[in-house]
Design a protein around this ligand. Structure first.
Ligand code: MF3
Ligand code: CO
Ligand code: CO
Length: 277
């Protein structure tokens, strides 16, 4: 059962106190998650060669506002856009720009977080410009999506965050890719980033034990080459692979239920992974 009142859950392996949420809270998360997913559905047809990431971001901001919601990223630690758009070797936190145009065979992640009635919906997907790319990039995108789901499928009361991370790491490394360590998933709900941290690598049985009512993202980043990342000094945000080989990421917002999980950010159009035919 989900808690009938909000509760605090302390665990020695958590970065802070974890809030356990009620069924009513889960309804709020479904509304926020749905709008975030609709936003990624909406942008799909606009991902074409020659389009600028600045234009994509404006469409996203308009969509969020037209739906009476608020972008969680605008004003977040000085960030000024409604999305992060991360192309090829950019791991995450790519800043939309009118000077940056999509090129055929680019792979890109679009990450949006919206606030609906105080609840946060945070999700990202990969897109492939022109519908197909180089074999290694296509494989990276597919394996990253599968890795996200290997992580999600471990989520149930009694499992641990080490189980989640280990499932993701095992699947990614088996395919020859590396797992980014510098960025993690996170608790969310009435705040954007909360305890606990969700590592995308780890050891089965270790870490925070999952209990009903937890809300968090799982958002693995997998790289073709090194897992090491560096942040552009020019903007303080853009995270690139050190070796400039490609990176991919998918993100869902999930909740732990009495017997498993609920996904809040499922694509209403079924656009869960490219090529979105
Ligand atoms: N949406 C990102 C996440 O998954 C965070 C982006 S913060 C921003 O947690 F400021 F860069 F937008
Ligand atoms: Co997130
Ligand atoms: Co996100």
């Amino acid at each position: 059962m989900l808690p009938t009142q909000r509760q605090i859950y302390d665990h020695p392996d958590s970065s802070g106190a974890i809030t356990l949420h009620t069924a009513e809270d889960f309804e709020g998360m479904h509304a926020a998650g749905r709008l975030a997913a609709e936003c990624l559905d909406m942008i799909t047809e606009h991902v074409r060669p020659g389009v600028s990431t600045g234009e994509l971001d404006r469409r996203i901001q308009d969509f969020v506002e037209d739906n009476g919601a608020v972008s969680a990223t605008i004003g977040y630690r000085g960030y000024q856009h409604a999305s992060c758009i991360s192309i090829n070797e950019v791991v995450c936190h790519g800043i939309p720009s009118d000077e940056e145009q999509l090129v055929d065979k680019d792979i890109l992640n679009i990450d949006v977080t919206v606030i609906v009635d105080g609840w946060h919906g945070d999700t990202s997907r990969m897109y492939i410009v022109g519908g197909s790319s180089f074999p290694t990039r296509e494989k990276l995108v597919r394996v990253t999506y599968e890795a996200l789901w290997h992580g999600i499928n471990t989520v149930r009361p009694g499992a641990t965050l080490g189980d989640v991370g280990a499932a993701i790491q095992k699947h990614g490394e088996k395919a020859g890719f590396s797992i980014v360590r510098q960025f993690v998933g996170h608790g969310l709900g009435e705040q954007f980033h909360m305890a606990p941290n969700i590592f995308h690598f780890g050891k089965p049985g270790k870490g925070v034990e999952l209990v009903p009512g937890m809300l968090f993202t799982i958002e693995p980043m997998l790289n073709v080459g090194t897992y090491r990342v560096e942040i552009d000094e020019s903007d303080g945000w853009t995270a690139r692979t050190r070796d400039r080989k490609s990176s991919a990421q998918f993100e869902h917002s999930v909740g732990v239920t009495a017997d498993g999980f609920e996904i809040f950010t499922t694509s209403p159009k079924g656009f869960e992974q490219p090529p979105y035919l």
